[in-house]
Design a binder for this molecule. Structure first.
Ligand code: GLY
Length: 377
């Protein structure tokens, strides 16, 4: 069934190459099923590039590669002109564009652009409180001392830069950010805060909170999914056993709260009733993250089995119940993604990161292809 789901996805992606032209999809809005396009000035453009590289890797069809290569010019230009890079999502943007190109083709220009992107990300390091600032410029009154759980997925860019250059600054920042995230974003019951605030002057910890969850103390399902995947990737690079343990615990929390069809609602603390919005993207991220986690475990590890079974259950439900396979004009791969329900931003729509992680999970299942977060063995 994975191969068929991939074929269905490829047919949409192939049509989207012409639909999107030189632009990049972000989300659809208000259920209109048409992707809103950007000129590459948001946090999401890497996902379209990543979809193109995955499609090329799977099919070897040069049409996907040509489109991915055209997008690369745009990513390089963005980096040179520093177009809206005042945020930590540089990891998402450049892991799935220039780094993917380097991983697949060993292109030196893409390697150096990726290192340049890692330097821009590193500029967000704040010695006090010892964090990578998620959003906004230094000294931003709201965001100056703020971390968010999504950042864990941006850290592989720094780990990779350390591997490439041997320069400790990348690794130290990534290691410290992982540790502070584990200490302050993960709660005692293995649920997570979306964000945490520190005093940017004294470094004191202040409080947990949320941006996209239902309330400060709730568990935003996509945040939990970023945590599962992010701590697994941190373990891959750092090999600290507690990171593996944290990823497993977050996964257990996620799996224990799955609704009957295996695809989560947008927050674990909102009523699980039919009118509540789902977030199919959280499901896809968690599934791919659990496959990553399972792949890191030794064969005899007792948690391997339930992790891969849960991931397969989620991806199968996405393919059967949420994919657009029976909608010939669809632009998205998955229905029922949610960007920010409480803020009423694309609450039941296509979201491009959901499409990316859905295809990534399918590729892991069908071919063992893991995406572009780390160098292939
Ligand atoms: N990283 C932003 C989000 O997950 O919506």
């Amino acid at each position: 069934m994975w191969a068929q789901a991939i074929e269905d996805a490829l047919s949409v992606i192939s049509q989207n190459i012409d639909r999107f032209g030189e632009k990049f999809p972000l989300t659809s809005t208000q259920g209109n099923r048409i992707y809103r396009l950007t000129p590459n000035n948001d946090w999401t453009e890497g996902f379209w590039s990543g979809l193109l590289w995955l499609s090329y890797e799977y099919t070897q069809d040069s049409r996907y590669r040509d489109a991915a290569m055209r997008a690369l010019d745009n990513f390089r230009e963005r980096l040179e002109q520093r177009v809206n890079l005042d945020h930590h999502d540089i990891g998402f943007l450049y892991s799935l564009s220039t780094k993917a190109h380097w991983i697949l083709e060993r292109d030196e220009n893409s390697r150096s652009a990726t290192l340049q992107a890692a330097d821009v990300l590193l500029e967000r390091w704040r010695d006090t409180p010892g964090i990578l600032q998620a959003w906004g410029p230094k000294d931003d009154p709201e965001n100056g001392g703020r971390i968010i759980i999504d950042c864990l997925m941006n850290l592989p860019l720094l780990h990779w830069a350390y591997q490439q250059t041997g320069s400790e600054c990348y690794r130290q920042a990534a290691e410290k950010q992982t540790a502070i995230s584990r200490r302050f974003l993960v709660r005692g019951d293995d649920s997570t805060y979306h964000t945490f605030y520190f005093d940017p002057v004294t470094g004191d910890s202040i409080r947990g909170g949320t941006h996209q969850g239902s309330r400060d103390g709730s568990t935003w399902t996509r945040g939990q999914a970023w945590g599962i995947y992010g701590f697994a990737l941190a373990y891959r690079y750092l090999r600290e056993p507690q990171l593996l343990e944290t990823s497993k615990r977050l996964a257990r929390y996620f799996v224990d709260r799955l609704p009957e069809d295996g695809v989560v609602y947008w927050d674990f603390d909102v009523p699980q009733v039919p009118e509540t919005q789902r977030d199919s993207s959280a499901a896809a991220i968690a599934a791919s993250g659990m496959l990553e986690l399972a792949a890191l475990l030794p064969e005899q590890d007792v948690d391997r089995e339930w992790l891969s079974a849960a991931a397969k259950r989620i991806v199968a439900s996405l393919a059967v119940n949420y994919s657009t396979k029976d909608e010939p004009a669809a632009q998205g791969l998955l229905n029922r993604g949610s960007y920010a329900v409480r803020l009423d931003i694309s609450p039941d729509d296509y979201v491009i990161w959901g499409d990316y992680f859905y295809l990534e999970a399918l590729m892991r299942l069908e071919r063992g292809v893991p995406g572009y977060w780390y160098e292939r063995q």
